[in-house]
Design a protein around this ligand. Structure first.
Ligand code: BGC
Length: 350
């Protein structure tokens, strides 16, 4: 009797443990009680593979303000057409206190948790970053401690999550956050992240808006082998950003085409060769974290450019994330529930 009681108690405990664990699918290491296997940075970059940015949602001042509110179905749709990962741009600075310890609004954090889990539970890799921290670009010294304080909280909060959650330190450093300052800030942010996440893949981008040419200024801690380096690609800018409301003078570029001429293709190859050479020299994996052409450009040109740029990245072993899912550059019309089949095919031809 006593023995039976013990057995059933153990069974009850085991079952309830199992249920509560299986509910938390963002943490697969707990589900099966096996030690987590942390892939190296190159393996993690392969896992990113072909990704898409869930742009204009959590990176807007308030989610919804820029026309995109994330839905559970987005993650299933993205998974179902063959993407491997989502990059989720997040405007943390709009949801955190201005004074130390810069506490993040718990409701906003919960919303991000939901997005991260929605991706991870479908087997998608999830990349979260700090996006649109405009103030640090203008006044870096004043915002440095807040920037680091955000990472201290985020790193602690997500430390037990699956290796398939990847951090990206900061989107497109620019202006007063000079290449020299950026090297300093990223090193400090990494050391804070490493206190709680020693083996998680972390993505680091370049100064001057994340372009390829700034790779030559990038200095990352040599001993940190879990870094993936990222650049953004919008060349030729007058083609990709024609008619973009946030770019002064861009209406004058309307009608610019991309016709896949040898000269146009060679310009892309030359840019990517720079990235490839840098990557080989420094033995780092590369993630092209944003590329895309705005919908004011002609669809035929957009499809050609998107296909060519994605294939050139893949040919060099770079992972990529298209900018973006369902807004001005988008490949999905959330109101109509329709994909832009041409762009989707350009991104994922097989
Ligand atoms: C910005 C977006 C912009 C995109 C293309 C991103 O880094 O966050 O607001 O639409 O680049 O310009």
């Amino acid at each position: 009797m006593k023995f039976a009681y013990h057995v059933s108690l153990i069974l009850i405990l085991f079952c309830s443990w199992n249920i509560s664990c299986s509910e938390n699918s963002a943490q697969p290491q707990v589900t099966n009680n096996e030690p987590i296997v942390w892939p190296n940075a190159f393996e993690m970059n392969d896992r990113i593979g072909r990704a898409i940015n869930l742009g204009n949602a959590l990176d807007a001042p308030i989610e919804g303000e820029w026309g995109v509110t994330l839905e559970e179905s987005f993650f299933s749709l993205i998974d179902s057409v063959g993407f491997d990962a989502v990059r989720i741009p997040i405007r943390w600075p709009a949801h955190a206190a201005l004074d130390s310890p810069y506490t993040i609004d718990p409701r906003f954090l919960q919303r991000v948790d939901w997005a991260v889990e929605s991706a991870l539970e479908r087997g998608l890799v999830a990349i979260i970053n700090i996006h649109h921290y405009e103030e640090i670009m203008q006044h870096p010294e004043e915002h440095k401690s807040r920037f680091l304080g955000l990472w201290r909280q985020l790193a602690a909060h997500y430390q037990d999550d699956s290796p398939n959650l990847i951090f990206e330190v900061l989107n497109e450093p620019n202006a007063e956050l000079t290449p020299t300052l950026w090297n300093e800030y990223l090193t400090e942010a990494l050391s804070i992240i490493r206190e709680t996440n020693p083996r998680r893949a972390v993505i680091v981008g370049t100064a001057n808006w994340g372009g390829i040419s700034s790779l030559s200024n990038l200095v990352i801690p040599e001993a940190d082998s879990m870094i993936i380096v990222t650049y953004h690609y919008y060349n030729p800018f007058q083609f990709t950003h024609q008619g973009a409301g946030w770019v002064d003078g861009s209406n004058a570029w309307l009608g610019t085409t991309w016709s896949e001429t040898e000269a146009e293709k060679q310009a892309v190859r030359n840019d990517f060769d720079l990235a490839e050479n840098w990557a080989k020299q420094h033995n780092r994996p590369i993630f092209m974290g944003e590329f895309g052409a705005y919908s004011a450009a002609g669809l035929v040109s957009r499809v050609r450019w998107t296909n060519f740029v994605a294939r050139e990245a893949e040919r060099r072993g770079f992972s990529w994330a298209y900018w973006e899912f369902c807004s001005g550059f988008g490949i999905y019309d959330a109101d109509a529930g329709d994909w832009n089949g041409y762009l989707l095919q350009a991104l994922i031809p097989d």
